[in-house]
Design a protein around this ligand. Structure first.
Ligand code: SAM
Length: 203
């Protein structure tokens, strides 16, 4: 298990997360390209921007049932709780992320149901709002997310995505909602700040 400490998150003074050390890169400490990186040990710019948006505009989720898909650390789910969503489910395909979500939710006094699962219709069945932070980084993940999210948007579910311009973002299906300059780790992103957009799936 990656070593983490409860630390502040850039742009999100309301939230602290158990995160890997500042200088840690995805492929340090024995991580290699044939092992998945510990996505849950960092707050990714897409999730940070989306969480900031929820805290700036709590009416987006207040009183509504929310699912955070590909939750990682749980940063978006925690922000949704703080913005007074009525029920928050955080779904991730990685068992280590589920553990991290529970630990981070506890650290922030947030009630979040952490669920192990894939991007599939069962996990989002009762959602009024679906939130997705930074999940368009591979063709396979983006394809699974896009299929599910565009079908949900067609049913009238509000679907919001935070993304810093990853390669597989389906731009043609999205309308811009907000933009943030998110401070990031150069070891992860090759830059200090990532302009990041909150998008809404359109139909
Ligand atoms: C880059 S991380 C983003 C985490 C968090 N949303 C954030 O912005 O900090 C992507 C997350 O999506 C999860 N994931 C990838 N494919 C998935 C799928 N098909 N279903 C559910 N979760 C998935 C990964 O395990 C990982 O935790």
């Amino acid at each position: 298990m990656t070593a983490t400490r409860l630390t502040e998150v850039p742009l999100l003074p309301e939230i602290r997360l158990y995160q890997a050390a500042e200088q840690a890169g995805l492929f340090d400490s024995g991580y290699s390209s044939d092992r998945p990186p510990p996505f849950w040990a960092f707050a990714w710019p897409g999730g940070v921007a989306l969480a900031r948006h929820l805290l700036d505009r709590p009416e987006t989720v207040r009183g509504r049932r929310v699912v955070d898909l590909g939750s990682g650390s749980g940063v978006v789910a925690i922000a949704a709780f703080l913005a007074q969503a009525q029920g928050v489910r955080a779904v991730d395909a990685d068992p280590a992320a589920v553990t991290a979500i529970e630990r981070n939710a506890d650290a922030n006094g947030a009630q979040v149901e952490a669920v192990l699962g894939e991007a599939d219709p069962v996990r989002i069945a009762d959602a009024e709002v679906i939130l997705v932070g930074d999940a368009f980084y591979t063709a396979a993940v983006a394809a699974a997310m896009t299929k599910l999210l565009s079908a949900a948007a067609r049913r009238g579910v509000e679907v919001l995505v935070g993304d810093p311009g990853r390669g597989f973002l389906p731009r043609h299906l999205l309308g811009e909602v907000a933009r943030y300059d998110v401070p990031v780790r150069p070891a992860l992103e090759d830059t200090k700040v990532k302009p990041t957009t909150v998008w809404r799936f359109t139909v």
